[in-house]
Design a protein around this ligand. Structure first.
Ligand code: AMP
Ligand code: ZN
Length: 138
């Protein structure tokens, strides 16, 4: 199901142009319009779901294979030193388009891309770990 008011649904439908690098029955992969690095691509499921919680399982189950296929092609062409594969859920996590998508970001030694964090303190890991385990197990 696609959403008439969603920019990525419009791209999937071909109503908004994109620099497409791969497409199959379930996904369209395009270059990012404001790339973090040369070749930065975004995988769009051909189904509207705002984030990882809304996207149907069948897309989640298939998307990493698409990511690897595209990443392999990008690696050959760009000769990059590494690749980040990530996706954001929620504004606080940096999500700006609320149609689930996965970033494939080629990395080059010494580039200025920043997807890191400052290592923190694990003192409350046992406490929070117990709570999350219980939530997952129900
Ligand atoms: P996020 O911040 O994870 O929601 O990522 C959204 C990404 O979509 C950003 O990197 C944008 O540059 C990219 N983006 C937004 N609109 C377009 C568009 N029309 N074509 C290609 N990329 C887009
Ligand atoms: Zn959408």
């Amino acid at each position: 199901m696609l959403d008439d008011n969603c920019i990525f649904c419009k791209i999937v439908k071909g109503e908004i142009p994109s620099e497409k690098i791969y497409e199959d029955d379930d996904f369209l992969v395009m270059l990012d319009i404001a790339p973090a690095s040369k070749g930065h691509a975004v995988i769009l499921p051909k189904c509207h779901g705002a984030d990882i919680f809304e996207l149907p399982d069948e897309y989640l189950e298939k998307i990493l294979k698409v990511a690897r296929k595209c990443a392999a092609g990008m690696k050959k062409v760009l000769n990059c030193d590494g690749i980040n594969i990530l996706q954001n859920n929620g504004e606080a996590a940096g999500q700006t388009v609320f149609h689930y998508h996965m970033h494939i970001i080629p990395r080059f030694k010494g580039d200025n891309v920043n997807v890191g964090w400052v290592p923190g303190d694990s003192a409350d890991n046992a406490e929070i770990g117990k709570k999350i385990r219980e939530a997952i197990e129900g």
